[in-house]
Design a protein around this ligand. Structure first.
Ligand SMILES: *Cc1c(COP(=O)(O)O)cnc(C)c1O
Length: 346
């Protein structure tokens, strides 16, 4: 039985070009900045993001942590969405390791935070208050259905940050999905940010790695922070080699994942007992719900898994499926059929 794994785009395996590149990569000690493959990856990433410098790190979680720790000192405050990945899913790292105070602002359905809500969260200079230092955006917004934030919105948050003397960090784990979905150059989406983090290991299918981009001064500091966290790697070129292939070969094909996600959502919309807002699906993530009383979300996950299709349960009624490299439109049709059978047999 072929397993169709729609739990996440992180389950993607490296392509044969990546495996080849790993085997033939020129290597050196990256703590001495002497790994030519890492240097090439960082140069390429900086160029793609429209920044001057870049730094390879182990994961998206480490990328965000390094950036927030580099921007803020202990007792300072970061403004971020209440549904943001950094607030929800990074084990509280910014406060656990950095003593940084998270100030959450409500995320709207489209992944944005209202500008007036961000502005209201910025602290006045008063001895009672922590000092606001940083605003974080997430693009695409994972928990808000993979919604891409527009250039216009990103620029307006950057302008607000600037007006108040704050820094802006962009958690762009899936920033290439946003650029492809909006039909824009990724640089347009990153231009107002002081730091950008993006993942090589999600839809871009590399086995490991995320990259931080910013000014040379910021990246030099970030490199110290990475070292503090134990993230200084040696012959990291074996990771970077796959990352280069990811950036060069795997970006344009994300459009196929978006098309498949749309197909999946339209299929789910036809199944009695499930509900989905198919019109809102713009990238590779589909959130949907079971009708309460019919079948629980975890029961649906179990039944589908027995039939070879894996999805994630996120609550009593809530489910998530993500399309990615290796999942074809035929697989999507098969997955919808399995879902229909699983619900019907309830
Ligand atoms: C996946 C993800 C991360 C973290 O990436 P890991 O490599 O899994 O640590 C950060 N932000 C967002 C929005 C993500 O979706």
């Amino acid at each position: 039985m072929k397993i169709i794994d729609l739990r996440s785009d992180t389950v993607t395996l490296p392509t044969s070009e990546m495996l080849n590149a790993i085997c033939t990569a020129e290597l050196g000690d990256d703590v001495f900045s002497e790994d030519p493959t890492v240097n090439r990856l960082e140069g390429l990433a900086a160029e793609r993001m429209g920044k001057e410098a870049a730094l390879l790190v182990v994961s998206g979680t480490m990328a965000n942590l390094v950036c927030v720790l580099t921007h803020c000192r202990r007792g300072e405050e970061v403004i971020l969405g209440d549904l943001s990945h950094t607030f929800l899913y990074e084990a509280g790292g910014v406060s656990a390791l950095g003593g940084i105070h998270p100030h959450t602002v409500g995320n709207q359905g489209d992944g944005t935070m209202a500008l007036e809500d961000i502005e209201a969260a910025i602290r006045q200079d008063n001895v009672h208050f922590p000092r606001t230092r940083l605003i974080c955006l997430e693009n695409t917004h994972n928990r808000c259905g993979g919604a891409p934030l527009t250039v216009e919105y990103s620029d307006s948050v950057a302008a607000l940050a600037k007006e108040h003397g704050l820094r802006l960090h962009l958690d762009g784990a899936r920033i290439f999905n946003a650029a492809v979905a909006l039909g824009t150059d990724v640089k347009e989406l990153t231009r107002g940010a002081d730091s950008v983090a993006f993942c090589l290991s999600k839809g871009l299918s590399a086995p490991v790695g995320s990259v931080i981009c910013g000014s040379p001064e910021f990246i030099a500091e970030a490199k110290r922070t990475r070292k503090v966290l134990g993230g200084g790697m040696r012959q990291a070129g074996i990771i970077a080699a796959a990352g280069i292939v990811a950036m060069e070969e795997m970006v344009d094909r994300l459009a196929e994942d978006h098309k498949n996600a749309k197909l999946l959502a339209e299929g789910i919309a036809e199944i009695e007992g499930l509900s989905v807002d198919a019109a809102s699906v713009q990238t590779d993530i589909v959130y949907f719900d079971v009708t309460p009383g019919r079948i629980t979300a975890d029961e649906l996950v179990r039944r589908m898994s027995d039939m070879g299709v894996k999805i994630l349960c996120l609550g009593p009624t809530r489910l998530r499926a993500v399309t990615h490299y290796g999942v074809t439109s035929e697989d999507i049709a098969a997955a919808v059929e399995v879902m229909r059978r699983a619900v019907r047999s309830a």
